[in-house]
Design a binder for this molecule. Structure first.
Ligand code: NAP
Ligand code: FE
Length: 366
């Protein structure tokens, strides 16, 4: 049996009105919060209002940074940090999709270490972040239960994770904030969660604990498959997808992601393809490439699918194709992916540049 190394310190609370019911918890982390969120969705879905109401009730002061873009840049992280340092914030509340929550984790490191720069985010793993409270309003990234923060580095023209491990202290989950998540975002983000479950389950770092979680997450996703295909997102489906996403975060917190995620970064950076779609497009070819056929069969079984063609059809039907990429592009992207030995190590067997190129080619049908 594989050596088991399982660590996931985030307290998870899922209930109706979770923020207002648990406002007393905020006191544990300080008396000055910095709320980090996107431009509009947290106002529209009511999560921002619930947080400020809870903080007012507890007499905790706060500032709001509400300008986090999708795939947050290092410049945005630095702007959040400037605000937090000037306002002497002592804990972070990230509300939104993965972008604001990830930005709050990275900015929390810079605020807690005011002389640190963006260089330290990739070179000083010992730095600690301020405490982070995560309130996810998409069901996809699972960042509320992972230690990762993925940022866009415009100098290197790619996305990559900071080197500090920042598990949120608490994840507050309430499906009411997701009820009006647009269809496209619901689909793209659900496929991100599916990619986490699949990549985590097949990872060289998977173990009995992460596998048990991945299997439960895949089963939950399988129960939603027909409704996703029919774009019928009722409350129960949304709640199952939210749970599957949070569980998928717990899986990749142990095992990391591997090829589809690393390969998707170029599609997002250079072709503006949303994160979930950018990974999901590779899943069928990736599973064809994987040698552990027992696990591949188990994935299909849990998803209630007969074979990989059915998975490919499901994904293409809901995500559509990517047609803006040419052969010269994928040669250059394959070179970049091949250089990232850490992600390659998460795949259980040796991977060549030609393997990566083939997955790009087969998935994008160039
Ligand atoms: P996102 O980039 O955070 O948000 C996408 C869009 O959804 C934004 O326009 C946002 O609007 C909107 N939105 C969010 N919640 C909404 C709601 N409840 N109703 C309506 N609209 C809503 O999307 P995401 O897919 O969740 O996050 C992607 C990021 O997470 C990427 O940078 C990815 O690399 C990262 N990621 C991180 C991890 C990790 O472990 N840390 C894992 C996977 C992915 P507003 O801008 O107005 O809020
Ligand atoms: Fe992801």
């Amino acid at each position: 049996m594989n050596f088991v190394n399982y660590y996931m310190p985030t307290k998870i609370l899922l209930e109706e009105d979770v923020i207002l019911n648990n406002s007393n918890l905020f006191h544990t982390y300080g008396d000055k919060a910095l709320i980090v969120t996107g431009k509009t969705s947290s106002i529209v879905n009511g999560s921002l209002k619930d947080v400020t109401k809870a903080l007012d009730k507890e007499g905790i002061l706060y500032d709001v940074f509400n300008d986090v873009e999708e795939n947050p840049s290092l410049e945005t992280v630095e702007n959040i940090a400037k605000l937090g340092i000037s306002q002497k914030s002592n804990f972070m509340i990230g509300i939104g999709g993965g972008s604001p929550i990830d930005a709050s984790k990275a900015a929390g490191v810079l605020i807690n270490n005011p002389i640190a720069t963006r260089y330290n985010l990739f070179n000083s793993p010992e730095l600690k972040s301020l405490p982070v409270i995560a309130i996810p309003t998409t069901a996809g990234t699972g960042t509320e239960t992972t230690p990762y923060s993925i940022v866009t580095d415009n100098e290197l023209q790619t996305k990559h994770g900071i080197c500090q491990k920042v598990f949120p202290e608490i994840a507050l989950l309430d499906v009411k904030y997701l009820m009006f998540l647009p269809e496209k975002i619901t689909i793209n983000t659900s496929i991100d969660a599916l990619s986490h479950l699949i990549e985590g389950y097949l990872s060289s770092k998977s173990n009995i604990m992460s596998d048990a979680l991945a299997e439960k997450g895949l089963k939950l996703f399988g129960e939603c498959l027909i409704m996703i295909r029919e774009k019928d997102f009722n409350c129960l489906v949304r709640e199952k997808l939210m749970l599957a996403s949070t569980i998928a975060g717990m899986v990749i917190a142990q095992s990391g992601t591997s090829l589809p995620h690393r390969m998707g970064y170029a599609l997002t950076y250079f072709h503006n393809i949303p994160h979930g779609k950018a990974n999901g497009i590779f899943l069928k070819s990736y599973l064809e490439f994987c040698e552990d056929k027992n696990k591949v069969r188990k994935i299909l079984y849990l998803l209630t699918l007969e074979n990989l063609d059915e998975l490919g059809n499901f994904i293409n039907n809901i995500l559509g194709y990517v047609d803006s990429v040419n052969y010269k592009d994928i040669c250059s992207y394959a070179d970049q992916v091949f250089l990232n030995k850490i992600k390659l190590k998460n795949h259980p067997t040796p991977v060549t540049r030609e393997d990566i190129l083939k997955i790009y080619n087969d998935s994008l049908k160039i």
